[in-house]
Design a binder for this molecule. Structure first.
Ligand code: 5GP
Length: 142
């Protein structure tokens, strides 16, 4: 998909924010929404998006980072604790050349365990029951 040069309100995450597409929600406040990645690279792979319309890191207003990153940290702690992971990988892509496929800013929170390989980015779709169970584990750790 070519890079967009302006934010588009028809991107998938904007639709999730507006409630037009369902998600397995983990956390929401006035600044951000966290939900399960539908094609997880590991068990418990969670996305945190700002409510601010921003395509990527470069597009996010400087004064909006504080509350958003506080939410990223809060959810990251819950993902690690809820999934009982040994480590946590945080990824954030800017532009299609860097691997970005959805043009609404997001951080990937990906639990890691020694010896468990990372699955492919945007690979296999996960079963809804598995996403629901992992979301519940993470919510319980918030
Ligand atoms: P990006 O490639 O832009 O960094 O990440 C986009 C992520 O969104 C991918 O990991 C992909 O699996 C995930 N994704 C794509 N479409 C949907 C969707 O409709 N719902 C959810 N929950 N995740 C999605």
């Amino acid at each position: 998909m070519p890079d967009k040069h302006t934010y588009r309100a028809d991107n998938i995450f904007a639709k999730i924010l507006r409630g037009e597409i369902p998600c397995h929600k983990v956390y929401e406040d006035e600044h951000a929404l966290a939900f399960m990645d539908i094609m997880p690279q590991a068990e418990g792979h969670t996305l945190v998006i700002p409510k601010q319309n921003a395509m990527n890191l470069f597009d996010m207003p400087e004064d909006r980072w504080g509350p958003y990153m506080q939410c990223v940290q809060k959810v990251a702690r819950a993902v690690k604790a809820g999934m009982n992971s040994e480590g946590l990988l945080i990824q954030q892509f800017n532009g299609s050349a860097a691997g970005q496929t959805v043009f609404h800013l997001h951080f990937h929170l990906i639990p890691r365990w020694e010896g468990v390989p990372l699955r492919r980015h945007t690979g296999e779709m996960e079963k809804p029951a598995v996403l629901a169970a992992n979301a519940e584990r993470i919510r319980a750790a918030l």
